[in-house]
Ligand binder design. Structure first.
Ligand SMILES: [Zn+2]
Length: 119
């Protein structure tokens, strides 16, 4: 499971969070800290297996690359929906431009269903 970051630092993904190595104990257990600098969560591993977990994550961050991909996909979907609306209903040369649907009502342009009409 142990991998290297692009800076060459040992990095250990565990339960959706990444840890970087900061200390090797005398008994050869390795201590890791969450890569989130503000986070106090730590783990300890022996032979690549997590043997101990300390503290709690102060964040809901998962492995950054994975969540960024999801976010990007969501944004892309939203953008294409927006483009669809603009292309079909808003642009002057669209199939259904606002001149077709955005105009004052033809009959009874003033509303008559408000409270004041009852008196
Ligand atoms: Zn953390």
């Amino acid at each position: 499971m142990e991998t290297l970051t692009n800076k060459g630092v040992s990095c250990f993904p565990h339960k959706s969070n990444k840890y970087r190595r900061y200390y090797v104990k005398k008994d050869k257990n390795v201590c890791w800290r969450c890569t989130n600098k503000a986070c106090k969560a730590r783990i300890e591993t022996r032979d690549g297996t997590v043997v101990e977990e300390f503290g709690f994550h102060c964040h809901v961050e998962t492995i950054v690359n994975a969540s960024a991909t999801v976010l990007r996909t969501a944004c892309k979907r939203k953008a294409s929906e927006h483009d669809y609306l603009v292309d079909n209903f808003v642009a002057a040369d669209s199939d259904f431009p606002p001149t077709l649907w955005a105009h004052a009502p033809d009959v009874m342009p003033v509303t008559t269903n408000g409270d004041e009409s009852k008196s």
